[in-house]
Design a protein. Structure first.
Length: 662
């Protein structure tokens, strides 16, 4: 028997040496610098400005808690930002668990430290995990913190997360108090060309002032950074809160009603507060702004769901009151489309989808918002019948338009559909709504096992399932004869009904959404890549029209006691262990594939529109030119392996969890 079977040669033995010395332990803030994407979502411009949000949010928490009424934001040269407030000031006394360190140093240099884990210091806050300001510190060339507290002024400097010397007292003050944080994002992390945008920070500061009427925010920037649109100095204070914000945004546009719907509801026992401002312009694409504890949640979440329920139920109820029997056809989308809508909630211990807090997931927020808004909107509609009827008529016009478009599509496809239904692929499990119905979905799944689970987990009315066998043909490296002879491609084409290449017509597509649902592993990613290549090359108009999506099934299930969470990948798992379970013993189960998940798990995590997360496949802005996209696809998926090898060599150094610029 060959020695190579067990030992291999010397080179392979060295490369496979895996023992205790291979286990690396990252201490302090090193995990943040090594994997910034886990904490701020990446290292792009958005992530850079997320640092500013983290510091500003801390000052806003002081204001919302009633301890500060003034915040100052100053953008200087060399990408240096200073944010100050007149709140209580970060505690500077020695920390009992860290001998020789002040509480300030602990907060700046230790993950998961802060005063927001309980309601002793803050009833509501945007900070949840105690990582915000320490992450800013870790990802900055330097950070200087100045605290005025108990009539004394203290200062400490940090460089790339490490304290440079101890906290020192630098003077006394008679009436000054609060915290001032100055930092410069590290070009080693964000790149030498990454700079704060004055316009973006100006807008951020102004939006925060709208969210809490009791705070004054002062903006200032170096004269060389200002222009006719961004003043060198400005003061933001809006007693009307979101109402003032909406009034400015409408800018005199004609609306369905002269008075827009706005209000605020406080709940007893610090359960929460809800504020809203909504209008329906006659001609508008609409815009939505969602906030939780002054934190923007651009992806919406459970508070948005509460607003949808409240408005939909109120419109239907008012329709019954005035004798309009068609109002049961109103959907939330009829109400929201073209609407200018702002919603802000303050709740205890909010839960977000990730550290970047793009989506609120706190279940209690839905009922809180629904209860707050429903009564007020009922009164808004019925308190002035003519105003209510005018707004209802405006919404019903949208309903009629939607139903008309739906009917036209069904009539247009009726003949073709009847013919196609007789020859749909045998392994397709179709939905009962048939062709042309909005919100129908086709899930393309990997294998019969996953297909079986998906069939049991689906909504039979709107969700269809098409299993495919293994890895679909790579159409980028195949000739037309081979493509036309492939059974999987024939089944896909037949199921979708919209034709291929020059004959591809999105108007004939049988489903609103095509969802690629593969295992959350390398093989699954490869299959998804092959399918995306197929859709780009053979059904490009479908991708361009926004009909193609990727499902995000979990790779892990984490359980501790009665609490369970699902993790998309290893980074998400580490985040959940650090934030949700917080040091508790966690049992981790890894899904080998979709077929291993029981139907209820698959439905909850991946298929139910109320709880799932989808990625829409679109053409990125830098590849709006179709030829540029085709060049990229040919490089990565075409017949020339040397092109792929060159790409791997070029980008191998970026494989640390960050996005490859392809």
């Amino acid at each position: 028997m060959s020695d190579d079977l067990f030992g291999g040669n010397a080179a392979s033995t060295a490369s496979n040496n895996y023992d205790a010395s291979s286990i690396e332990v990252l201490e302090g803030l090193e995990p943040v610098r090594r994997r910034p994407g886990m904490y701020i979502g990446g290292t792009d411009e958005r992530a850079l400005h997320h640092l500013a949000s983290e510091v500003l949010d801390n000052s806003m928490d002081e204001a919302v808690a009633g301890h500060a009424n003034r915040i100052e934001v100053y953008l200087g040269l060399d990408n240096i930002l200073t944010i100050s407030d007149n709140g209580r000031g970060i505690p500077v006394d020695p920390h009992p668990k860290f001998p020789g360190k002040s509480a300030l140093e602990v907060i700046l240099t230790t993950l998961h430290s802060g005063g927001k884990f309980t309601d002793k210091a803050y009833a509501t806050s945007g900070g949840l995990h105690g990582v915000g300001v320490s992450v800013v510190n870790a990802l900055s060339t330097y950070t200087e913190v100045e605290v005025a507290r108990n009539k004394e002024v203290f200062k400490q400097r940090f460089e790339r997360g490490h304290a440079i010397g101890n906290l020192e007292k630098i003077g006394s003050t008679a009436n000054r108090r609060g915290t001032s944080i100055t930092f410069q994002p590290d070009p080693e992390i964000f790149g030498a060309d990454a700079k704060f945008k004055a316009a973006r920070l100006f807008k951020l500061a102004r939006s925060k002032a709208y969210l809490y009427a009791g705070v004054e925010i002062r903006w200032k920037c170096d004269p060389r950074l200002s222009d006719e649109n961004i003043p060198q100095e400005a003061v933001f204070q809006f007693p009307g809160g979101l109402s003032d914000h909406l009034k400015e945004q409408l800018a005199g546009r004609e609306c369905a009603t002269a008075e827009f719907f706005s209000g605020m509801q406080d709940f007893p026992d610090s359960e929460g507060r809800v504020e809203w401002a909504i209008s329906w312009p006659l001609w508008s694409d609409g815009s939505y702004s969602w906030y939780c504890n002054t934190i923007p949640t651009p992806a919406g979440g459970t508070h948005e769901q509460g607003l949808r329920l409240a408005l939909t139920k109120a419109f239907r109820s008012f329709g019954e009151l005035v004798g309009n029997k068609k109002t049961n056809q109103i959907t939330a989308d009829d109400i929201f489309n073209g609407c200018e809508m702002m919603l802000s909630v303050f709740i205890r211990d909010p839960q977000f989808q990730s550290q970047t807090k793009d989506r609120l997931t706190s279940a209690n927020a839905t009922k809180l918002v629904e209860n707050a808004v429903r009564d007020h909107f009922d009164h808004f509609l019925s308190g002035n019948i003519e105003r209510g009827k005018a707004l209802l008529s405006f919404i019903m016009d949208k309903v009629d338009e939607r139903l008309k478009r739906k009917a036209e599509r069904e009539i247009k496809r009726k003949t073709a559909t009847s013919a196609r239904k007789l020859r749909l692929p045998g392994k397709l499990t179709d939905c009962s709504n048939g062709d042309g119905v909005e919100d129908t979905e086709l899930f393309i799944v990997e294998g019969d096992s996953a297909g079986g689970s998906a069939k049991q987990a689906r909504d039979r009315k709107t969700q269809a399932i098409l299993p495919i066998r293994g890895k679909i043909l790579n159409v980028a490296s195949a000739n037309s004869t081979k493509i036309n002879a492939n059974q999987e491609i024939a089944d896909l084409s037949l199921a979708l009904g919209c034709g291929l290449r020059k004959d591809c017509n999105p108007d004939n597509l049988r489903y609103s959404r095509i969802i690629i649902m593969t295992d959350a592993d390398v093989d699954g990613a490869h299959i998804a890549t092959l399918l995306m290549t197929f859709f780009f090359q053979e059904m490009g108009p479908i991708v361009k029209a926004g009909h193609l999506y990727l499902a995000r099934p979990p790779l892990y299930r984490l359980t501790s006691g009665s609490k369970s969470e699902y993790a998309i990948d290893d980074e998400h798992r580490a985040e959940l262990e650090a934030t949700v379970f917080k040091g508790k013993k966690v049992e981790v189960g890894r899904f080998k594939g979709l077929g291993e998940m029981n139907p209820s798990q698959l439905k909850e995590t991946t298929m139910d529109p109320a709880t799932r997360s989808l990625i829409r496949i679109t053409l990125p802005p830098q590849y709006e030119d179709q030829a540029a996209v085709r060049d990229l696809v040919d490089r990565l998926m075409g017949k020339k392996p040397e092109e792929r090898f060159a790409f791997i060599q070029q980008n191998a150094g970026l494989l640390d969890g960050e996005t490859i610029d392809a």
